[in-house]
Design a protein around this ligand. Structure first.
Ligand code: DGY
Length: 321
């Protein structure tokens, strides 16, 4: 019987996922959950057949160039694959998979949290109470934006975007969206289609981003596009920081063009621009869209299903390159 494949595991994974890895593979676990440098990662991969990274491991063209010929699959523990140079992987004949579907509910929940946290000034309220500075109640105290019955705009009406829209309907929100190709009526479920981002923006009291950080989406939300939103709109980003021009966003928050923003993702995270800390009307979370025990298990099992299929000679379900 051939040796079990060697799998380099990027981060510490849930217990049940590591147990399955240990049963079926020869894993190299990251027991202290350190962020590997590119050099450490390539050294660990020297004799590996596969790698299971998270979005925190950057598989750039340079890193991929140094992977051994034995390494045939990058089975991501993530739906986003912007941390992997897909062209470089293709060029080396390395297959790439991701973990779609299993984190859509959890991420849509965080989009709702970001929307409500921003609209109802949750961080400000929390800070005030914790600092012992809450002295009185008055009709003018901590007045926010009511979202019930307002318009919820989605860029990227894919798996997560459609669930976020469904949840927003629970607040009687009218759904607007744009997407390269219009959805069929069943998937649209009454949502109003706009052919371009520019067409969509004036119809968004809340704009929720759910598109991937492909090269063409970098800084998709810039000053010119923010200006197209209605005054007092709310921006929600649970996708990737790279799709928002953060300087333009901060300017729109400071000027009051935007009432607020709810963010779970940032450029350069976890080292986010400290200028955000000085802005009151932004609700900040630390990239926890998929952070529930149930979802993290499901992500690991989905990545393992892809590995299992590959090493059994079948096509992995979630091949992206
Ligand atoms: C994903 O899966 O892309 C999430 O952002 C966590 O990495």
């Amino acid at each position: 019987m051939p040796d079990k494949p060697i799998v380099v595991v990027g981060r510490k994974l849930p217990e049940a996922v590591e147990a399955r890895l240990a049963r079926d593979y020869r894993p190299k676990f990251n027991t202290d959950d350190r962020l590997y440098t590119a050099e450490e990662l390539t050294a660990l991969c020297a004799d590996a057949d596969a790698i299971m990274p998270c979005h925190t491991e950057h598989l750039s063209a340079e890193v991929i160039a140094q992977l051994p010929d034995s390494l045939k699959i990058i089975a991501n523990f993530s739906v986003g694959v912007d941390h992997v140079d897909l062209e470089a992987a293709k060029g080396r004949g390395i297959l790439v998979t991701n973990t779609p579907d299993v984190l859509s509910d959890a991420t849509a929940e965080i989009a709702m949290l970001c929307m409500l946290g921003a609209a109802r000034r949750a961080s400000e309220g929390d800070r005030l109470v914790r600092a012992g500075k809450w002295k009185t109640w008055s009709p003018a105290f901590m007045v926010g934006t009511q979202i019930t019955g307002k318009r919820f705009g989605v860029i990227g009406m894919g798996r997560v975007g459609r669930i976020a829209a469904k949840r927003a309907r629970g607040f009687d929100m009218e759904i607007h969206y744009t997407k390269r190709r219009r959805l069929d009526p069943a998937q649209e479920a009454g949502a109003i289609y706009h052919a371009s981002v520019e067409d969509l923006l004036p119809h968004c009291d809340v704009l929720s981003l759910h598109c991937p950080a492909t090269p063409e989406n970098l800084d998709l939300i810039n000053a010119a596009r923010l200006a197209l939103l209605p005054d007092g709109a709310i921006l929600v980003n649970t996708a990737r920081g790279a799709i928002v021009d953060e300087a333009a966003l901060m300017a729109a928050l400071r000027s009051g063009k935007l009432a607020a923003a709810g963010l779970d993702v940032y450029k350069g995270e976890p080292h986010i621009d400290p200028a955000f800390f000085e802005i009151e009307n932004v609700f900040l979370l630390p990239h926890i869209g998929s952070a529930t025990a149930q979802t993290r298990d499901a992500m690991g099992f989905r990545a393992l299903d892809n590995l299992d299929a590959f090493f059994a000679g079948r096509a992995p379900h979630d091949r992206v390159a």
